[in-house]
Design a binder for this molecule. Structure first.
Ligand code: UD1
Ligand code: CA
Length: 451
């Protein structure tokens, strides 16, 4: 439905970083990810990303969501656009966006595309409280658009202009490739500015218009760490406000970090210092307490997640996790389970109503329903070279401080005696016990303590 060029080759000197600027994260996701998400949602189906400084990072992160054009060396935003030559023969409009404007929503892109329909070139503008060093929109006495002047090239009067360039353009593709050639680098920074297109289009008698965005904050260009913090703050407030309006209790929105892809059911309560990153789904009537970190995880209704870290996992309804537990690498936990205090689960599935309540590590295990783990159970799943599975069938009772040396299979309703180191399979209904018999030495205790 449309083409877009994302400019993402710049070094981002003001960020002072070893990474590509557009890889800096806003609420857990690189800026360029936000830009792509929002463009796709606005109906853009062909994206060319211009990469340069640390371009491999960007390419690896976006993968096949975009094609790539290399800009080397980086001679300015106009020069960057020239690199996206593969769009030369496209028809219709091309959207040019900055990779460092992650907050511009799909709605704004849609409105902008609509507003651009009549023009050969349309520029997204804004009127912020503080126009900072953004390019100035220069107009004549009748208000007609004349040109964009970069801050460093502005005279005293131009610096006072508050209407500025958001760095997003919609342009008739055939004209773009014709007029790009006319951009030169005769300016303060000796760069090829994409912004010069305005003057060039007008000189050729083409129709140039400006579309003023409703919310200047959304247009924020993230050039340094201060702006990055402001972007995080702004998006955090927006997202938290949305979930509160949908019936989620957020006790301290200033200290609750919810990714834009997260989904949360009503009557769920979220305590301060909670972070939800990536694709997190939380059901209704859950309680998520302080210190919880969830990434790419699904939580069913009526769950409590207490000060715990869960990544890449699924938890069914009415299960409680924590305090202080860690679930990772594809755990699938059934309904009405109890996990924690201080439990680590890795690549493990639990059936229904299984309890693992204290100080336990279970990895690479398939555990049935109504299994009970005592305190301090360890699946010994790794021999230093390979990882092995542990299978525990329904109703088994694993005594405290049991080691399960994998691979091992524990049958239905089997009982493992506390303190056992289990190296062989235990059939259904049997008891496995593997520990040294105790002997008491008469009077030895008090004799020893007297010394
Ligand atoms: C740019 C605009 C300015 C506008 C502002 C809005 C120009 C000359 N100026 O300024 O009018 O107000 O955005 O945020 O366009 N890039 C490349 N290759 C390059 C240079 C830059 O790909 O050679 C990329 C950067 O990675 C960045 C984007 O283009 O994602 C914008 O570049 P940046 O240096 O941030 O431009 P600004 O100074 O912010
Ligand atoms: Ca910028």
């Amino acid at each position: 439905m449309g083409n877009a060029i994302i400019l993402a080759a710049g070094k981002g000197t003001r960020m002072v970083s070893e990474h590509a600027k557009v890889m800096q994260k806003v609420l857990g996701e690189p800026m360029i990810g936000h830009v792509c998400d929002n463009l796709e949602e606005a109906g853009i189906d062909r994206i060319v990303t211009v990469i340069g400084y640390k371009g491999e990072e960007v390419r690896e992160y976006l993968g096949n969501r975009s094609s790539y054009a290399l800009q080397e060396p980086q001679l300015g935003t106009g020069h960057a656009v020239m690199m996206a030559e593969e769009l030369k023969n496209e028809t219709g409009k091309t959207l040019i966006v900055s990779g460092d404007c992650p907050l511009i929503s799909a709605e704004t892109y849609k409105e902008f595309l609509k507003a651009s329909e009549e023009a050969d070139l349309c520029v997204l503008t804004m009127v912020p409280e503080d126009p900072k060093a953004y390019g100035r929109i220069v107009r004549d006495e009748n208000g007609a658009f004349l040109r964009i002047t970069e801050y460093k090239d502005c005279n005293k009067e131009e610096k006072k202009i508050r209407e500025v360039n958001a760095g997003i353009y919609c342009v008739e593709n055939s004209l773009l490739w014709e007029y790009l050639k006319e951009i030169n680098n005769e300016n303060a920074q000796k760069e090829y500015y994409v912004t010069d297109l305005v003057g060039i289009f007008l000189a050729h008698g083409k129709k140039v218009s400006a579309y003023a965005a409703k919310d200047a904050d959304e247009m924020m260009g993230i050039n340094d760490r201060k702006a990055l913090a402001e972007a995080n703050e702004w998006l955090k407030r927006k997202i938290n406000a949305k979930w509160m309006a949908k019936g989620v209790t957020i006790y301290d929105p200033a200290h609750t970090y919810i990714s834009k892809d997260a989904k949360i059911g009503k009557d769920t309560e979220i305590y301060p210092n909670t972070t939800l990153e990536g694709n997190v789904t939380i059901g209704e009537n859950c309680v998520i307490t302080s210190g919880t970190y969830l990434r790419d995880t699904t939580i069913g209704d009526h769950c409590t997640i207490d000060a715990s870290e869960i990544t890449d996992s699924e938890i069914a309804e009415e299960t409680t996790v924590g305090p202080h537990s860690h679930l990772r690498n594809g755990c699938k936990i059934g309904a009405k389970c109890r996990i924690g205090n201080y439990v680590e689960l890795k690549n493990t599935t639990f059936g229904y109503n299984t309890k693992c309540a204290h100080l336990t590590y279970v990895g690479d295990a398939v555990v049935g329903s109504k299994v009970n783990f005592g305190c301090g159970v360890v699946t010994v799943n790794y021999d230093g070279k390979h990882k092995y599975r542990t299978v525990i069938e329904d109703g088994a009772f694993i005594g405290s401080n049991v080691n399960l040396i994998a691979p091992v299979h524990i049958g239905k309703n089997a009982l493992l005696a506390a303190g056992s180191t289990i190296t062989e399979d235990v059939p259904d209904g049997d008891m496995g016990i593997a520990r040294v018999r105790q002997s008491n030495k008469e009077g030895y205790g008090s004799k020893y303590l007297k010394k």
